[in-house]
Design a protein around this ligand. Structure first.
Ligand SMILES: [Mg+2]
Length: 125
């Protein structure tokens, strides 16, 4: 029963991502939202998730800080993280990859790009 955590400081972007996932017929039972990495850690403590979609630039705790925190935690290091960000440079992609990030989508994304990347982690209905 896939549960997806969407971490982005833009509430509009969190809704756009959900809308695109639904429109693509990717199976998700529940979406959990967080506005930054710190809030995302709190949401994880409240219950496990199967996939994390994470922005890079956020207040309090950035996406890369969040990814590194999860990577070094025993409890959450197995949850796949996909970055969805305006930051697309090679060095940032490499940093994300070494922090255990499993997928990378740059904003603005097309519905097809989102579907193709997330299709590696979610099933189609
Ligand atoms: Mg942001």
């Amino acid at each position: 029963m896939p549960k997806v955590l969407i971490v982005d400081d833009s509430g509009v972007m969190r809704k756009i991502i959900q809308k695109n996932i639904k429109a693509a017929n990717l199976v998700v039972d529940e979406f959990v939202e967080a506005g930054d990495g710190k809030e995302a850690l709190e949401k994880l403590k409240a219950g496990p998730v199967d996939l994390i979609l994470c922005d890079w630039n956020m207040p309090n705790m950035t996406g890369i800080e969040f990814a590194k925190t999860l990577q070094s935690s025993g409890e959450y290091c197995g949850i796949p993280i996909v970055m969805i960000t305006t930051e697309g440079s090679d060095s940032m992609r490499a940093e994300a990859s070494s922090a255990g990030v499993k997928g990378y989508i740059t904003k603005p994304f097309t519905p097809e790009q989102l579907t193709n990347e997330l299709g590696k982690f979610l099933m189609l209905s």
